[in-house]
Design a protein around this ligand. Structure first.
Ligand code: FAD
Length: 374
C-alpha cells in the first residue's frame, strides 16, 4: 500500500501543473500554490520538439493542444536574404502519428494545463508561497506566507529558475548566471508561406520564425551582449529593428511593420545545473528549479513535463518517497544535464560565430539522445 497520500506542489507553471495532473491520476491528494495571485504567464511563443510532443501525449493533453497550436514537420533553413536553402527533417518521436515539431502561445498552453489541473481535483491556492519547511521523520510541515500550516508526504518545488524551494533546501547552491545573450520574442500574424519552423542563418544574430496557431507565429532573435541591460518598453521596437537590419525577405517585411504596440518580450538568458541530488529528505525540485536551460534546444518545457511524468511514475511504482526520489534522479539527471550543458555550449558557439555545421552537429546529436525513451 502506498504511503504517499498528500503532496504539495510549489509553483503552477508547466512543470508544477504537469506534476499535479499526473499525481491526481494515482488519486494522491494534491495541493498546488502559485505566488502570482492571477496565475498569469507572459505572452510569447514556445517551440515544441518531438520529445516535448511525446511528453504532452503521455500527459493526456496532446489532442487539445494540437487543436489550438501549430504542429508539423521540418525546419526550413534560409540565408540572410530569406532565400530557402534546405529543409531539415524533424523526426517523429514516440507514436508514428505524432508530428515532429510544433509551436504554441504560452498563454494557450497555460490555459489548457490550468483547466486540466483544476478538473483533476487539485486544490489550487494563488498569491501564496512557502515561508518555511520543517522535515520530520515521515512528513514535511509547511508554513505558508498567509499564515496557514499543513503537513505533506512530499513537497515538489516547481517554482522556476529563481526557486524559493531550492533556496530553502539548498541555501548554498549555485544560482543562475547570465550567459552573454538576450532573447527577443515577437508575436505577429502568420505570414504567407510560413508553414513550418524557419531559421535564417549566416547573419550577425540567430533569428527564426515559428508558427504557433493557424493565424499567428512568433519570431525569436538572440542578441549577444557583455552584460544584461535594460531597454525601456517604448524603445524595444527600435532596438529590435536595429538588430534585424540587413535581413531580407519576410524578415524585412516584419521589420518594417514594427511599432510601439508590437508584442515584444526581451529577456536575458540564464542557466545552470543544480548538482545531484535535487532532493533533500522529502522535498524535491523539478523543471527550471533544478535545471534551468537556455532555449537553444527548445527543450526546457519538455524536460519539466518529463520530470513530472517520471516522478509520478516512480512514486506510484515504489509506493514510498525515499526510493522513488532515488529512482527519479537515476532517470532524470543525465538527460537534463545534456539539455543544459549542450544548450549553453551552442550559445557559446553562436556568440563566437562558429561555423553553422558545428552548431548543427551539436543540435542533431542532442536531439538524437532526447528521442530515446524516458
Ligand atoms: C527566452 C526563453 C525561451 C524559451 N523557449 C523555450 C521553447 O521554445 N521551448 C521549450 O520547451 N522551452 C523553452 N524555454 C524554457 C521553458 O520556458 C522552461 O524550461 C519552462 O517554463 C520551465 O517550467 P517550470 O514549470 O519549471 O517553471 P516556470 O514555467 O517558470 O513556472 C514556475 C511557476 O512557479 C511560480 N513561482 C515562482 N516563484 C514562486 C514561489 N516562491 N512560490 C510559489 N510559486 C512560485 C511562478 O509564478 C510560475 O507559475 C525557454 C526559456 C526562455 C528563458
Amino acid at each position: 500500500m502506498s504511503s504517499i497520500g498528500k503532496v504539495l506542489v510549489v509553483g503552477g507553471g508547466i512543470g508544477g501543473m504537469s506534476a499535479a495532473i499526473c499525481l491526481r491520476r494515482s488519486d494522491v491528494e494534491v495541493h498546488l500554490i502559485d505566488l502570482d495571485p492571477e496565475w498569469r504567464v507572459y505572452g510569447a511563443g514556445i517551440t515544441l520538439t518531438g520529445p516535448t510532443l511525446r511528453a504532452f501525449r503521455a500527459l493526456g493533453v496532446f489532442d487539445e493542444l494540437a487543436s489550438q497550436a501549430y504542429t508539423g514537420h521540418g525546419i526550413q533553413v534560409c540565408n540572410m536574404a530569406g532565400d530557402r536553402l534546405k529543409v531539415v527533417p524533424t523526426p517523429v518521436v514516440g507514436d508514428p502519428d505524432l508530428p515532429g515539431s510544433g509551436g504554441v502561445l504560452r498563454p494557450v498552453l497555460h490555459a489548457i494545463l490550468a483547466r486540466r489541473t483544476l478538473d483533476s481535483g487539485t486544490h489550487v491556492r494563488l498569491g501564496v508561497t512557502v515561508d518555511s519547511l520543517a522535515q520530520n521523520e515521515g512528513d514535511v510541515t509547511v508554513r505558508f506566507s498567509d499564515g496557514m500550516e499543513d503537513r505533506y508526504d512530499l513537497v515538489i518545488g516547481a517554482d522556476g529558475i529563481f526557486s524559493r524551494t531550492r533556496t530553502l533546501i539548498f541555501p548554498d547552491a549555485p544560482g543562475p548566471e547570465f550567459t552573454g545573450q538576450c532573447a527577443w520574442r515577437l508575436v505577429i500574424p502568420r505570414a504567407p508561406g510560413i508553414d513550418r519552423r524557419h531559421f535564417f542563418l549566416g547573419g550577425p544574430v540567430k533569428v527564426g520564425l515559428n508558427p504557433v496557431s493557424a493565424s499567428e507565429m512568433y519570431m525569436f532573435l538572440l542578441e549577444a551582449l557583455p552584460a544584461p541591460n535594460r531597454i525601456e518598453d517604448a524603445d524595444l521596437h527600435l532596438r529590435l529593428a536595429e538588430l534585424m537590419q540587413g535581413y531580407g525577405g519576410v524578415l524585412a517585411t516584419i521589420r518594417e511593420q514594427l511599432n510601439e504596440s508590437s508584442r515584444i518580450v526581451r529577456r536575458p538568458l540564464e542557466g545552470f545545473l543544480l548538482p545531484a541530488p535535487w532532493f533533500s529528505g522529502r522535498v524535491v525540485l523539478i523543471g527550471d528549479a533544478a535545471h534551468p536551460t537556455t532555449p537553444q534546444l527548445a527543450s526546457g518545457a519538455g524536460m519539466a513535463i518529463e520530470d513530472a511524468l517520471v516522478l509520478s511514475e516512480e512514486l506510484a511504482r515504489q509506493g514510498e518517497v525515499p526510493r522513488a526520489l532515488e529512482r527519479f534522479m537515476e532517470r532524470r539527471y543525465a538527460r537534463c544535464r545534456l539539455v543544459v550543458e549542450n544548450s549553453l555550449q551552442i550559445g557559446r558557439l553562436e556568440q563566437q560565430r562558429a561555423p553553422i555545421e558545428a552548431q548543427a552537429a551539436l543540435v542533431e546529436e542532442s536531439l538524437a539522445v532526447l528521442a530515446e525513451p524516458i
